[in-house]
Ligand binder design. Structure first.
Ligand code: NAG
Ligand code: NAG
Ligand code: NAG
Length: 367
């Protein structure tokens, strides 16, 4: 008898515990429904700005991380560090390897950044721990894969659930929702495909009907702001500037490493600030996306340019990454910028030979 009544008490107690827990759950649920972000992409002022009225710094070939002398690399900080430092557009080039989507630069034998799924998992975990941030992905669909193949990867990672879907497309720069409302709704990832977008996967948006771009593979530091690629109305579209300076090596485009601090600077001839000034003069509004190489060269200058266009003061909560080439341990890398062209270590020679072979067979297309 005694043990039975104890059993009943225990049952009643656990029932109450369950009710209590579920009421807490309901409360937190209600709180999340009425959530109002007070800081958006780092600034309170940006919460009321339209997504298409804001300027973002983008990492060109964000997955192509290596030293400044590594063939195929365009960044030297991890994707997580890029996001931590303020990169809000991640550009990437997709290729197929063993039936899977990989992020490679031109060819997977030149630079292989691993499976798209691994990369997106990193992005997802950063988004999860940074709930007040809106991030944009720009995927160069090099092999013209159908959107459904990307959809499968996004779904496997769970990024479809946080992806923004516009009610109609294309979306004019002035018609995007505010960053605050995107954050509040939990739909704070915007993804563009340069080709292959298709209404059956409505969160994978077509780049060129929504965005126009300036020229890429620029080797003249006087970056212009002319329309290079579009499939829409450049007067109303968002736009992207390809602000990475290249040089040619064996006829191929590689980052102009010695000029990085000048190219990424906020002011001066050849700087990001100078191209932006050209753009504002020509288009009466600043670019939405500014793609750069090795973004941390310039010690935050690229973010200063964005902040000033957004009417906020650039105040990083912690110092941004130090270029790995000038870090205390990077002695071999530190030497290469002085030479004027990337220096190839032994292991890069093989890759370089493959590039040369690829040129011969016409398989190499630069971007
Ligand atoms: C974005 O800018 C345009 C043009 O100035 C304006 O019409 C639109 O209302 C702005 N969007 C937001 C959400 O402020
Ligand atoms: C766009 O840029 C590429 C690379 O810089 C160049 O080859 C091409 O001629 C440009 N096209 C237009 C229409 O400006
Ligand atoms: C770029 O770096 C060089 C070499 O360290 C330096 O002399 C130059 O002043 C720097 N330029 C800018 C714009 O920071």
């Amino acid at each position: 008898m005694l043990s039975l009544s104890h059993f009943k008490i225990a049952q009643v107690a656990s029932l109450f515990a369950l009710l209590f827990l579920s009421s807490i759950f309901d409360l937190s649920h209600a709180t999340s429904l009425s959530r109002r972000a007070t800081v958006c992409n780092g600034y309170a002022q940006l919460c009321t700005q339209g997504y298409g009225n804001v300027t973002y710094v983008g990492a060109h070939d964000s997955y192509a991380v290596g030293s400044t002398s590594q063939l195929g690399a365009n960044q030297d900080q991890s994707v997580t560090q890029q996001l931590e430092d303020g990169i809000r557009m991640l550009q990437m080039q997709a290729h197929v390897q063993n039936g899977q989507i990989y992020l490679c630069h031109t060819l997977c034998t030149i630079y292989n950044g691993g499976p798209l799924q691994t990369y997106l998992t990193t992005v997802k975990s950063w988004l999860a721990s940074n709930p007040n941030e809106v991030v944009t992905l720009l995927i160069v669909n090099s092999e013209n894969l159908p959107a459904s193949q990307y959809d499968a990867v996004f779904k496997a990672v769970g990024l479809d659930a946080v992806s923004y879907v516009p009610s109609t497309t294309p979306v004019q720069a002035s018609s995007w929702p505010t960053l605050g409302s995107m954050i509040d709704s939990g739909k704070r990832l915007v993804t563009f495909l340069d080709n292959g977008a298709d209404p059956t996967v409505p969160y994978l948006l077509d780049e060129f009907t929504n965005i126009w771009e300036t020229a890429f593979d620029v080797t003249n530091p006087t970056f212009d702001c002319n329309v290079n690629r579009t499939k829409g109305d450049t007067n109303t579209q968002m736009y992207l500037i390809n602000h990475f300076l290249d040089t040619t090596l064996l006829g191929q485009f590689v980052p102009n490493v010695p000029q990085l601090n000048v190219t990424n600077a906020a002011t001066g001839a050849g700087s990001l600030g100078a191209q932006v000034a050209t753009c504002v003069a020509q288009n009466t509004r600043p670019p939405n996306f500014m793609l750069v190489d090795y973004y941390e060269f310039g010690a935050g200058s690229v973010f200063q340019v964005a902040a000033s266009l957004n009417g906020v003061a650039y105040k990083p909560s912690s110092p941004i990454a130090i270029p790995s080439a000038t870090a205390a341990t990077g002695t071999s890398n530190a030497a290469s910028p002085k030479i004027g062209l990337p220096v190839f270590a032994g292991e890069q020679v093989g890759a370089l030979l493959i590039v040369m072979l690829s040129i011969l067979v016409g398989a190499f297309s630069a971007l």
